[in-house]
Design a protein around this ligand. Structure first.
Ligand code: FE2
Ligand code: FE2
Length: 211
């Protein structure tokens, strides 16, 4: 979806070094099946944590149809990546350190992002679900698209097409809702994206070292 991609800060030339580092990391993983399985399972963990976060963020208030749909799609992605991971590993996996890459760091990425954005939103913390989702989806679009490019280049049979289409739709939905609901959308989007970037780089570095 060009509309969302053109509004994604991670497609700028400034992020090119990280993009190339991530590309090399992903390509190396594709050639190491045991670690590749752990990476796929790490993505499953992140999707699972994301799905759980949507559920928790609506505790005590009505869960609207769109949020329920989002939650169910993130749970589906968690299953999608777990199934792919187990296929590569040839065994069943859990979310412990032996079966994922730096799982603790991945969980911290999500927790810190959620806590930091909620704190910065102050009286507008009701917007936290949408802003946290926005920040994660901007990253997911960038990272999953790059991963798909690498999978194709490495002639792997796995396709992320269906996951990418759903992440694109989530991102578009958040952008449209926040643009309408929040007069501070532009500066907050920039501030939160920068914050997410720092957290992502820490998580990414931890995965590299764990590999
Ligand atoms: Fe997802
Ligand atoms: Fe999503």
């Amino acid at each position: 979806m060009l509309t969302t991609r053109s509004k994604n800060p991670w497609y700028s030339s400034e992020t090119e070094p990280l993009r190339e580092e991530a590309r090399a990391f992903l390509a190396a993983l594709c050639r190491r099946p045991a670690d590749h399985a752990r990476f796929l399972n790490t993505l499953s963990l992140m999707e699972h944590v994301g799905s759980r976060k949507i559920m928790l963020s609506h505790e005590g208030r009505p869960l609207a149809e769109d949020a329920l749909k989002h939650l169910s799609e993130e749970a589906r992605h968690a299953h999608f990546f777990r199934r792919a991971a187990e296929k590569v590993a040839g065994r069943s996996l859990g979310y412990g350190a032996g079966d994922a890459l730096a799982p603790w760091s991945g969980r911290m990425y999500m927790e810190r992002l959620d806590a930091a954005l909620t704190k910065r939103l102050g009286d507008d913390r009701a917007l936290a679900y949408r802003y946290v989702t926005l920040a994660v989806e901007l990253r997911a679009q960038w990272f999953y698209e790059l991963y798909q490019e690498v999978l194709s280049a490495e002639e792997m049979s796995l396709s992320l097409k269906s996951v990418l289409a759903e992440e694109d739709a989530h991102l578009k939905e958040m952008q449209e809702a926040l643009e309408k609901a929040d007069p501070l959308y532009e500066p907050r989007c920039a501030e939160f994206s920068t914050l997410e970037s720092g957290l992502f780089e820490k998580w990414f570095a931890a995965m590299g070292l764990a590999g």
